[in-house]
Design a protein around this ligand. Structure first.
Ligand code: SAH
Length: 395
């Protein structure tokens, strides 16, 4: 069998079941594997540590399918992994409150590089690594069989595909239907998901439970939802009885969907103001106008995908959080998030502490946020733990 032999001393992370084998750990190859091939990963003593998908273009040279060398990596293997991923979602409380869930979360579901989101009866799939690309047909067939969904839209257009030497692919892999406004329900609220042109797979399912928390906290408050995308937090806050809501977003396409989303719910649209603006500049404008809010949500995009960008990211996080503290009324709440893999929860908390200090605000953490349970984090794969958030009360 084709194989990848790791350098002496580099077996350690594999023994801890971490699924990535970096290029620097590779001693040599046996049998010229090509992109997506299954290889045995051997230690320097010749023992088989894992079966993995080989990816010649990527710094992550191989991703482990299994640490059991006796297991076969074939169509049945993928069907089994998918069935397990689906079974656990079926039992989640969220499955009773929403028909939009993340069904497969890559490495943490034992399927490195695969993301599958379900939006009602449409699946959206991302094949983001050479291994899942190789098994695409088998995976699509198993997904159709196990979910009963006839339409699968492929959004294999994330930047990371380029690192794997793979061309982007976007379009229906199975079935066909209107894909720019897939209707979903989340805790009784209606949203439309643009799976074709929206960000990522169209909706930020990882924030589902946090939107609910904001909804529960919003009654009677003046709310500012910064980085609103399609209005998820804004509409949740309004449903929770917010006095008024201001939503800031730079993407005109996202705002168009946000307005559709508002109209799709029995809520008073006159209480919401959607503003197309750059958050960094607009928060300054609001500060200069002495605007005040009782609840502010800051859910910016990923400023630091890896630790290398953490410094610049820290500056950006501090900037918007400092302004938010100035805009908060006494007793006001700040729900502040970071989805940067390169910023740890600890670093994030210290950035928020620095922002409060420089704003002259006294504040305390009253709750911590993470990604919803359909975005599990395998214990051996801490890289999967990207979303962190704090609920901060200003005195
Ligand atoms: N809270 C949203 C998801 C936010 S994603 C939800 O629950 O659905 C981050 C959003 O920030 C994206 O829609 C992106 O277009 C927007 N964005 C990025 N940079 C921005 C900026 N400088 N000003 C305003 N919006 C920005």
């Amino acid at each position: 069998m084709k194989a990848l032999v790791v350098k002496r001393g580099r077996e350690k992370s594999l023994k801890r079941r971490h699924p990535w084998i970096f290029s620097g750990a590779v001693e040599r190859l046996v049998g010229e594997p090509s992109s997506g091939d299954t290889v045995e990963v051997r230690g320097s003593g010749g023992e088989v540590l894992a079966l993995a998908a080989y990816s010649p273009a990527s710094q992550i040279r191989a991703r482990a399918w299994t640490f059991d060398p006796a297991q076969a990596v074939d169509a049945a293997f993928f069907r089994d992994r998918l069935a397990k991923a689906l079974a656990f979602r079926d039992k989640l409380p969220a499955a009773r409150h929403s028909n939009a869930l993340r069904l497969v979360h890559g490495e943490s579901d034992g399927l490195p590089g695969l993301v599958v989101d379900r939006y009602a009866d449409v699946l959206v799939a991302q094949f983001l690594a050479a291994g899942v690309e190789r098994w695409r047909e088998e995976i699509l067939a198993a997904l159709a069989e196990l979910t009963g969904c006839e339409a699968v839209f492929e959004r294999s257009d994330a930047d990371v595909r380029r690192l794997e030497g793979l061309e982007p692919r976007v379009g229906f892999a199975r079935g066909n239907r209107a894909a720019t406004r897939c209707p979903i329900v989340e805790y009784g609220l209606n949203f439309r998901v643009d799976v074709e042109g929206g960000q990522k797979t169209g909706f930020f399912l990882d924030q589902r439970e946090n939107r609910q928390r904001v909804r529960a906290l919003a009654a009677g408050r003046a709310v500012l939802d910064a980085f609103s995308y399609t209005g998820g937090f804004a509409i949740s806050a309004l449903a929770g009885g917010a006095k008024r809501v201001t939503a800031l977003e730079s993407s005109a396409e996202a705002l168009e969907v946000a307005r559709d989303n508002l109209a799709a719910n029995p809520l008073d649209p006159s209480l919401v103001e959607f503003t197309k603006a750059d958050v960094f500049a607009h928060l300054r404008r609001l500060r200069d106008q002495h605007a005040r809010y009782d609840l502010i949500i800051l859910d910016p995009p990923k400023f630091a995908p890896t630790a290398a960008q953490a410094r610049n990211a820290a500056r950006a996080y501090k900037d918007i959080n400092l302004l938010a503290f100035k805009l908060l009324s006494p007793g006001g709440l700040l729900a502040t998030f970071s989805c940067s893999g390169g910023v740890t929860a600890e670093l994030f908390q210290s950035i928020i502490a620095g922002a409060a200090l420089d704003a002259g605000a006294e504040a305390k953490i009253i709750e911590r946020f993470g990604a919803s349970a359909d975005h599990p984090v395998a214990l051996e794969f801490p890289e999967g733990d990207y979303l962190k958030g704090l609920l901060v009360l200003k005195s």
